[in-house]
Design a protein around this ligand. Structure first.
Ligand code: SAM
Length: 231
């Protein structure tokens, strides 16, 4: 059975699309959606030998070798001339996901939808999307086994609808701010507590250019996030 996290990622894959799952590990996601008949064809990409072998084994075990091609390679390099409609990248840090997209820009031509699930630092992805003309269509936040995950869905389109408060929306997610869910509130409440702890430590530390700059930044973030939570 697929994790709730990957189940949520799968729910954004448009029916009938040709997909590529980058950093696929066991290829659980492509196997699941191909078996369900959601997609007719998938590429599972892996850069590390062990996970690449796991993906091949899983696909063979499920008898899906006709539908799923497992390739070893870095990021979007595993896409050749297949017209891939939809790319999923899940279970990595946001900065790594953004760098995979940046390095693979020339492979994104036919791709209509990106479904990205960063474990941390979703802000790096939102920045990349904004700078590269991808529109954020949906955002979801969920908790599973005491971990919080965000899912960002983007489609090629007009650069993002006007941001009212750019920094806040990039950090928190414009659609997640609107949803204002319990998981979202808890996540940022605990970040806030964390920042507050650091600020009080910095206040005790010897003052330097660096500590006062850091403190100023944290106080700004605390105010920004505090406003959203108190809203
Ligand atoms: N996508 C699966 C999931 O969400 O459950 C697996 C997540 S696993 C934690 C991250 C995988 O990404 C690892 O197997 C790692 O080898 C792979 N990976 C990391 N950087 C990569 C890159 N540049 N290109 C392809 N795969 C990469």
């Amino acid at each position: 059975k697929l994790s709730q996290r990957l189940e949520a990622v799968a729910s954004y894959i448009p029916e009938g699309s040709k997909m590529a799952d980058i950093g696929s590990d066991h290829a659980y996601l492509p196997c699941h959606v191909v078996k369900k008949g959601v997609v007719p064809f998938a590429i599972a990409g892996e850069v590390v030998e062990g996970p690449y072998q796991s993906a091949k084994r899983q696909v063979a075990m499920e008898g899906l070798e006709e539908e799923i091609i497992v390739r070893k390679g870095n990021g979007l390099e595993v896409i050749n001339d297949e017209e891939i409609d939809c790319i999923t990248i899940a279970g990595m840090g946001g900065a790594l996901i953004a760098s995979i997209l940046e390095d693979g820009k020339d492979k994104l031509g036919p791709t209509k939808r990106l479904i990205l699930q960063p474990n941390i630092s979703a802000i790096s992805i939102r920045k990349w999307l904004l700078e590269n003309g991808w529109e954020l269509m949906a955002e979801e936040i969920l908790e599973e086994d005491d971990k919080v995950y965000e899912i960002l869905v983007a489609e090629k389109g007009d650069p993002y609808r006007p941001y009212k408060e750019l920094h806040k929306e990039l950090l928190l997610g414009p659609l997640l701010v609107e949803q204002n869910s319990a998981v979202f509130r808890n996540k940022w409440k605990s970040e806030l507590d964390n920042w507050q702890r650091i600020v009080s430590q910095l206040e005790k530390a010897a003052e330097s250019e660096e500590t006062s700059q850091k403190r100023k930044e944290l106080i700004e973030k605390i105010q920004m996030v505090g406003e959203v939570l108190n809203h």
